[in-house]
Structure formats: C-alpha cells, structure tokens
Design a protein around this ligand. Sequence first.
Ligand code: SF4
Ligand code: SF4
Length: 79
Amino acid sequence: MGLSSFFKRVKKDAKNEEIVECHIDINTDDCDGCEKCGIACPNNVFMMVDNVSKVRDSQVCKNCKICMAICPNDCITVN
Ligand code: SF4
Ligand code: SF4
C-alpha cells in the first residue's frame, strides 16, 4: 500500500502532435475500492486490483481531473 505514482511524459505522436503530460498519484492507503474513479473516468485509465484503484494506462489520461473531483476520500492527484 502507500502512494502509487504514474507518469505520462510529453512526447510527439505519429502525427508530430504533442501529447499532454500527466502525473497521477493514488493514495492507496485511503482508497476503499468504491470504483467511482473508474466509472467516472472518460478514458478508462483506472482498474481495480485487490479492491484498490490502480492506473491501467496513464498514456490515455487527458488531465480532465474528474477523478480527483469524484473520489470521496481525496485519494487521487493529477497534475
Ligand atoms: S474513487 Fe477514490 S476511493 Fe474510490 S476506488 Fe477510486 S481512488 Fe479509491
Ligand atoms: S484526469 Fe480525467 S482522464 Fe485522467 S485519470 Fe482522471 S478522470 Fe481519467
């Protein structure tokens, strides 16, 4: 348990367009497995592992911060 960190680096895609950099932290000590982040995320970033939210793929995060707003335990930070 503890703090899980996931990074998305700025880079160019195949069309030479810049990809947004996202850094997602999940405080797994406070996560109660409610799955609200996974349901709310429009880009399917999260998955549940052993009743704790994990980042499935940080590359698809669009930095909308919906997950931060919806988590009842303030577990998620995206910047
Ligand atoms: S919304 Fe928060 S408490 Fe619920 S599963 Fe996601 S990180 Fe855990
Ligand atoms: S910031 Fe938006 S796209 Fe990124 S993980 Fe949170 S809800 Fe999903």
